[in-house]
Design a protein around this ligand. Structure first.
Ligand code: NAP
Length: 297
């Protein structure tokens, strides 16, 4: 499917601001979506210097953009420019999607919902009453831990090299959602691993080009985990990380990061356009999205 080609005075505008921005797949994903849905909308990438973030946002408002995505390093920096923020994004403390209505800015975090939709699609289940173990306590871990707590997880263990960062996320969950979160270092894995229904790697360990790495070494992995646990890695390059490959060897259900990346974009598009995207369209765009990723260097 070829993205929209003809831009006229009627064409509506979307975009993404970040720095760097050259490797973002969002323009291809959103322009493919607009082409499939026959929406006269174009999505453009903008590399913005840190010092110009406020001016850039004012420019997007002045030019009549429907909305825009925000990526690294601006996900927290844009908060002060927003008129309103969703409850989920407020808890996460970061937004990646902004809708502009009547020159007002509304902030959302679609990474969390993207993760959730992907998990449901791949596993056919959700987080209600499940015990979830999250490895890592960075930006992605924060969005995911908060989302699984909001979706009714019975416990959320956050294991991180710097325990203080894990404690910080736990205190947000325990104070605002439910008292289900506990933080610890990797030394407590042995005690908690068997209690968990879902184990999620949010660290970059195993990501290209360091594909030999994993947050849990192989012998510990096979000691700690069992086949009835769901193993998730939000890394999408490679599609099958060492962590996931070990999960497959156990016979566990596994989920990679491709779906999270896809669905965060789908949810953002729904927010901007108000359209709910039907499953046949989703399948068509998902196949196009896999081809886009294959052709990326
Ligand atoms: P981040 O904020 O930098 O957090 C990275 C986390 O990994 C931190 O908790 C860090 O621990 C931990 N970590 C890093 N190196 C480590 C090591 N050698 N040993 C143990 N722990 C280590 O990064 P992020 O934004 O959360 O992203 C993390 C990963 O998720 C990346 O691979 C990214 O590509 C992926 N991601 C995927 C999607 C998707 O749509 N699929 C979306 C977002 C992110 P410390 O706190 O101790 O430093």
């Amino acid at each position: 499917m070829e993205p929209v080609k003809t831009v006229t005075g009627q064409t509506k505008l979307l975009g993404v601001i970040g720095n760097p921005i050259e490797h973002s797949i969002s323009p291809e994903l959103h322009n493919t979506l607009s082409a499939v849905l026959e929406n006269d909308i174009i999505y453009l990438p903008f590399r913005v210097d840190m010092n110009n973030i406020g001016t850039a946002i004012e420019g997007l408002i002045a030019l009549g953009f429907l909305g825009f995505n925000v990526t690294i390093p601006f996900k927290e920096k844009v908060l002060k420019y927003l008129d309103k923020i969703s409850w989920e994004a407020e808890l996460i403390g970061a937004v990646n999607t902004i809708k502009i209505t009547d020159c007002k800015l509304y902030g959302f975090n679609t990474d969390a919902e993207g993760f959730y939709r992907s998990f449901k699609r791949e596993t056919g289940t959700d987080f209600k009453d499940k015990c979830v173990l999250v490895l890592g306590a960075g930006g992605a871990a924060r969005a995911i831990s908060i989302k699984v707590a909001l979706e009714g997880a019975s416990c959320v263990y956050i294991v991180n090299r710097s325990v203080e960062k894990a404690e910080n996320i736990c205190s947000v969950i325990n104070k605002n959602i439910n008292k289900v979160a506990k933080a610890c270092g990797y030394d407590c894995m042995k005690g908690i691993s068997s209690l968990s229904d879902v184990i999620i790697n949010t660290t970059p360990l195993g990501m290209y080009p360091n594909t030999e790495l994993s947050p849990i070494n192989d012998s510990d992995f096979f000691e700690f985990f069992k086949e009835n646990q769901i193993i998730v890695d939000i890394i999408y390059n490679p599609v099958k990380s060492r962590f996931l490959s070990n999960g497959e060897k156990l016979g566990s259900k596994t989920v990679n990061g491709l779906g999270m990346l896809f669905y965060q974009g789908i949810y953002a598009y729904e927010i901007w356009t108000g359209q709910i995207i039907e499953s046949e369209v989703l399948d068509e765009v998902y196949n196009a999205y896999l081809k886009i990723l294959e052709n990326k260097d």
